[in-house]
Design a protein around this ligand. Sequence first.
Ligand SMILES: [Zn+2]
Ligand SMILES: [Zn+2]
Length: 275
Amino acid sequence: MTTSDRRLPPDYHSHTILCKHAEGIPIDYARSAKANGLTSMTSTEHAPAPEPFSPGIRMTLDDFGLYHQWIREANSVEGIEVLLGIEADYYDDCEPFLEKWLAEHPFDYVLGSVHFLAYHRDRDHSLEGIWDSDDLEDIWSRYFARIQRLADSGLYDVVAHLDLPKKYKPVPDGAIIERTVKPALDRIAEAKMGIEINTSGFIHNPDEQYPSVTILSWACERGIPISFGSDSHQPQRMGAGFDRGVQAALEAGYTERAEYRGRERTMVPLIAVPD
Ligand SMILES: [Zn+2]
Ligand SMILES: [Zn+2]
């Protein structure tokens, strides 16, 4: 079987050098995505913020023109389409800026993320021990309370890496997960948003996609659509782990996945990736 027979779903999550912690530019990701059997990808660089808000891990406002140009140029790679996306943090009082800025650009896909339990405008969060707490329920409660507000904001199409706290801390017991995650899923469903199956979890602890199959099955019960993202910070990782990610979605009960263009969603059948 050749890579082109693998029928991987589109990869809706990748970065560039503009966030200062990834390699390559969209054309590098497009070439690699094509080589790995993809026919569609979306670049979702970390969105700028208007003030000195963790500038060490995101593009600047002035970078956006170049970013958009790079994406147009990446479409010169034959056999793969490259869509314009963004990964925007949900932080306190982000709404006025994001509402205006997102509307000014022709995005295909807007990912909403919570990367930290607490956001401070003037700190470089990449250097902070912001996940430090010994109380797992406190961590999951605070994180998912912010996810609820993210959903209520109406700014985003899809929530990124939904159970991210497991990257930094042990997974809590099932009752804590249920108490903290289900109310957030209800709000995501009410907001008619999707969630991503983020396969970078396979290179993090505890070696599973974000979110777990249990959480995916609760999302499936609520009719929350799924899309797939590798969260690549290196071009060669495009589409990585998608076979396992699709398997997890099927196990959770999904039969369809979402595709996006111009922030409009269409549903297509979910098909296992052949070995
Ligand atoms: Zn992220
Ligand atoms: Zn990302």
